[in-house]
Ligand binder design. Structure first.
Ligand SMILES: Nc1ncnc2c1ncn2[C@@H]1O[C@H](COP(=O)(O)OP(=O)(O)OP(=O)(O)O)[C@@H](O)[C@H]1O
Length: 266
């Protein structure tokens, strides 16, 4: 499914926090949404699942404006793993994952054996089947994050929206999650702070700066040493390892010397 954002602006409170962003994710591709804290990544992603409405512009799912789709239809097309979700207390991990089947039910019909099979298979794929009977409230942050991913897979949507899904994960689970996203073959929009993961696992990336699209392209086109210094305040290089490119971080970029800053203004 193709996801197209056309001139999307979003107002939160009294401020416009996303300005006129146009970006596209091709069917089955992984689009990384990058930017420093507060640059508007979560806000932009929330327009795709219609949690937030653009004040101007539109979001198209295979050509259909999400505003014209009923909530159930949006949920059938788009699965979301939000940042630090605190829902689901008082239920088990399996019950939480089964909530992913809700858009496929009529009214309050009970879960079927097929729903259970789909949920268990997703949990197995994400490596959390062993947690099925545990209370969500008792899980670690990383375990809960993986349960939420299993729920998103259980939803069987063709678009996956992930807001910082690697936040709580240890190194191996981070890499496994990014590999799994690739294997799922869904159109994926993913907000990431880990630029090394973005470099290796995204087909394209969109860089937001203060709510505006600064640039987009392949990770190698966007994540150049100049952009890393100017937009992320880090000194870094891209190095090519045997299996994939890596971001080699040297440290925080030093601010430009005062004489450089005033150059040309005297
Ligand atoms: N409910 C709200 N009301 C007003 N402003 C908000 C609200 N939620 C977020 N903002 C502001 O919108 C801007 C973008 O926030 P957003 O959460 O989209 O950024 P982000 O890039 O996802 O940040 P982070 O990397 O820190 O998660 C920020 O300046 C934030 O303070």
């Amino acid at each position: 499914m193709r996801v197209v954002l056309e001139g999307v602006s979003v107002v939160r409170g009294s401020r416009t926090v996303v300005h006129d962003v146009s970006v596209e994710a091709a069917p089955g591709s992984v689009l990384g949404v990058l930017g420093t804290n507060g640059s508007g990544k979560s806000t932009l992603l929330r327009t795709v699942c219609r949690v937030l409405r653009p004040s101007t512009g539109r979001v198209l799912l295979d050509g259909d404006d999400v505003r014209d789709l009923r909530p159930r239809e949006v949920a059938r097309r788009v699965a979301v793993v939000a940042q630090d979700s605190h829902e689901d207390f008082g239920i088990t991990a399996l019950e939480s994952v089964l909530l992913g089947r809700t858009p496929h039910h009529r009214g309050f019909s009970p879960d079927t054996d097929r729903d259970l099979d789909i949920a268990r298979e997703a949990m197995d794929r994400v490596g959390v089947l062993g947690l099925a009977g545990r209370q969500v409230a008792e899980l670690s942050g990383g375990e809960r994050q993986r349960v939420l991913l299993a729920r998103a897979i259980t939803q069987q949507a063709r678009v996956l929206v992930l807001d910082e899904p690697t936040n709580h994960l240890d190194t191996a689970h981070r890499l496994e999650l990014m590999d799994l996203i690739g294997e799922l073959g869904l159109t994926t929009l993913i907000a990431l702070h880990d630029l090394d993961l973005a470099l290796a696992h995204c087909d394209r990336v969109a860089l937001l700066v203060e709510g505006r699209l600064d640039r987009s392209g392949t990770p190698a086109e966007v994540l150049t040493p100049d952009v890393l210094r100017d937009r992320f305040r880090v000194d870094a290089d891209i190095v090519h390892g045997p299996r994939r490119p890596h971001l080699l971080l040297h440290g925080v970029a030093r601010p430009a010397a005062p004489d450089t800053l005033t150059e040309g203004t005297a």
